[in-house]
Design a protein. Structure first.
Length: 300
């Protein structure tokens, strides 16, 4: 492996099955993930010290085991329930995210905020439209977080109980990627950026992760290029884009307004005795798979 691109061994067979029409395509489930940003607390990198929070999926996991990613997950049907809300309206978010229904847009934004709290312990909400919770530690907070994870508590109920409003204005939509059609588990995922609220701290609250790190986007990308950090295409692609604006978290949030949210979906096509797997606009991920080989990874 020349870099850290995650490429499962079953992909070639599934790509061939998609190409010959024998594979049933699974509809993607909507999801959201958040790139949490902070300034380097020690000032060791000066103006270039913005860091992003990443977690490493447990190596024992069948899907992308050992790969680095951001906090996130699937949309819960209850994320559509009206919630205490601040910032751009769900209708505004629908226009930005490219969905027709404001309730669907609200669900995606709610999922982003909820999953960040569930997996990192960071909550983008506050008592008023201009404030943010400063401390989410303590047994009572942990009990609510665990109830959210277990789907015993809806996010709207959680906010109501604590008298909090969701701060949608603290999020910036960054990218949208859809899992390739040959995957058995597919997601239509929106990537957001957000600054770590003052007073809050991240922690590894995810059962799917075995470690978390704060790292500069450029350093994480360099680790991927050396083959030291394993990542899926959407992760390294968003890191590379983020590195261009990561002078401060505020600069990245401002840049989010101009990011292209056209969905990125991998394409697989036959070309001679090879299947060409590509992600439009991201040539570095192109792979060639021989149709003559029953199993195995991509050709060089």
């Amino acid at each position: 492996m020349s870099n850290g691109q995650w490429y499962p061994p079953e992909w070639p067979d599934r790509i061939r099955a998609l190409a010959d029409g024998s594979l049933a395509v699974v509809p993607p489930k909507r999801a959201a993930t958040v790139m949490l940003l902070r300034d380097d607390a020690h000032g060791t990198h000066g103006a270039e010290g913005t860091q992003v929070h990443m977690l490493r999926r447990r190596t024992s996991m069948a899907f992308a085991g050992g790969a680095y990613a951001y906090p996130g997950g699937g949309v819960d049907p209850r994320d559509r329930t009206p919630v205490r809300w601040a910032g751009p309206s769900p209708a505004d978010w629908a226009a930005r995210l490219g969905v027709a229904d404001p309730a669907e847009a609200q669900a995606v934004v709610c999922a982003a905020v909820r999953e960040t709290y569930e997996e990192a312990g960071v909550l983008l909400a506050g008592p008023t439209a201009g404030s943010v919770v400063a401390d989410t530690t303590g047994d009572d907070w942990e009990a609510d977080r665990a109830a959210l994870v277990a789907r015993e508590l809806a996010f709207a109920e959680f906010l109501d109980r604590r008298g909090l409003v969701l701060r949608s204005d603290l999020l910036g939509a960054w990218a949208r990627w859809i899992t390739p059609e040959f995957e058995p588990r597919r997601y239509d995922t929106w990537f957001f950026v957000a600054a770590l609220p003052e007073g809050q701290r991240t922690r590894n609250a995810s059962t799917e992760a075995d470690r978390t790190v704060w790292i500069r986007p450029a350093d994480a990308a360099a680790g991927y290029d050396r083959g030291e950090l394993l990542m899926m295409p959407p992760t390294i692609a968003t890191l590379r884009a983020l590195a261009r604006y990561a002078t401060t978290p505020a600069a990245a949030l401002a840049a989010a307004r101009d990011q292209d949210l056209t969905p990125v979906l991998a394409e697989a096509r036959l070309e001679g005795d090879q299947v060409i797997l590509s992600w439009p606009g991201h040539d570095e991920f192109t792979k060639r798979v021989s149709t003559q080989t029953p199993t195995g990874g991509p050709s060089a």
